[in-house]
Design a protein around this ligand. Structure first.
Ligand code: UT7
Length: 328
């Protein structure tokens, strides 16, 4: 019997502290007008001192488990997508596993920057299909504020902190082949990377190279150009894999980097703005956390309903890019 991964529930968490563009202008040479016009961002949440990525991840995971009506003791894998782990090692996921009260199973991190959540979803889906796990919590969690150079106005105004999570569980894939598109669960995931463009978006430090943590560096305009192309391509690849048209998609849940990228991708694909979930205005770019944060918002406010076809897509440093198609 083949298996399919169903998403049983989702959850998210944003740190309490909200920093508006106006507040940033007190310390950074920028303006609300520039940030809104170039990125669509109006505010971001910033973790408090002593609040770590694992703390945000734990809260999101607890909320997702509650939404899914699953107890942590019944989870057998925790995967955290993050670029801002609490420590170089051990994996942040092991701390989340422990804080959830789990004493069995496996926990590990995935590093694909802003594409981290779709990469983690892809790994989890294949773990379930391969029979290596039955119930997996997939989390995207970041304290990106900790790796920003607050004197680099080209990057520091764009990012925020947060976490989102989903609970996947194996279910028998008992629908006939011709009906697979109607079956509930993850229909497919698609992931790519191209290391030749890694200098466009990176952190200028690391344990092996500088023995420091480093700060985010980005050639914004070039990343923008790649994002528009790669995201349109990945959506096309996903639709083609199922013989679908963009009209078949009920909800596009994109990585939230820049409102102009979201609009451009939707326009290219002919997806109307009212079918795109947008949080970038309030959350800014939360890297691996942005998709599950947006997903959770749209599920909890009733926009995404059971049976809807949901397409997630992301692009990030590496460069990495990917998608996940889900029948909610
Ligand atoms: O999540 C991973 C993927 N990341 C992305 O997808 C981000 C992709 N890139 C972007 O979103 C955009 O490129 C940015 C929002 C980063 C920048 O927008 P842009 O339209 O590409 O602007 P730019 O970098 O070309 O800069 C235009 C001008 C420059 O001034 P000059 O050289 O034209 O005089 C910058 O110095 O804007 C200036 N600038 C700022 N001005 C006010 C850059 N940052 C700021 C700022 N406030 N914060």
């Amino acid at each position: 019997m083949t298996r399919r991964s169903k998403i049983l529930g989702c959850g998210s968490y944003l740190p309490e502290r909200v920093v508006t563009n106006a507040e940033l202008t007190k310390t950074v040479d920028t303006s609300d007008e520039w940030i809104v016009e170039r990125s669509g961002i109006r505010q971001r949440h910033i973790a408090s001192d002593g609040q770590f990525t694992s703390d945000l991840a734990l809260k999101a995971a607890e909320r997702a488990l509650e939404h899914a009506s699953i107890k942590a003791e019944n989870v057998d894998m925790v995967i955290v997508a993050t670029t801002t782990p609490d420590n170089t090692f051990p994996a942040t996921a092991t701390k989340v596993q422990h804080n959830l009260g789990m004493t069995t199973g496996a926990a590990f991190d995935i590093q694909a920057v802003c594409s981290g959540f779709v990469f983690a979803l892809s790994v989890a889906d294949n773990m379930i299909k391969g029979g290596q796990a039955d119930t997996i919590v997939v989390i995207g969690a970041e304290t990106f504020s900790r790796i920003l150079d607050w004197e680099d106005r080209g990057t520091c105004v764009l990012f925020g902190d947060g976490a989102g999570a989903v609970v996947l569980q194996a279910s028998p894939d008992d629908v006939p082949n011709e009906d697979t598109i109607t079956a509930q669960g993850i229909l497919s995931t698609h992931i790519h990377s191209n290391g030749s463009s890694r200098d466009l978006l990176y952190v200028d430090g690391g344990p092996s190279s500088t023995q420091t943590v480093g700060h985010v560096r980005m050639v914004g305009r070039e990343v923008f150009r790649h994002a528009v192309t790669n995201l349109a391509n990945i959506v096309g690849e996903t639709l083609d894999a199922h013989g679908l048209h963009s009209d078949d998609i009920d909800w596009l849940v994109p990585h939230q980097a820049n409102k102009r990228i979201l609009d451009s991708t939707a326009r290219k694909l002919g997806i109307s703005a009212d079918r795109v979930v947008v949080t970038v205005d309030r959350h800014a770019n939360t890297s691996a956390a942005s998709i599950p944060l947006a997903l959770d918002e749209a599920v909890k406010d009733g926009r995404i309903k059971r049976g809807d076809l949901v397409l997630m897509e992301a692009m990030g440093g590496g460069l990495t890019w990917g998608s996940g198609l889900v029948r909610w």
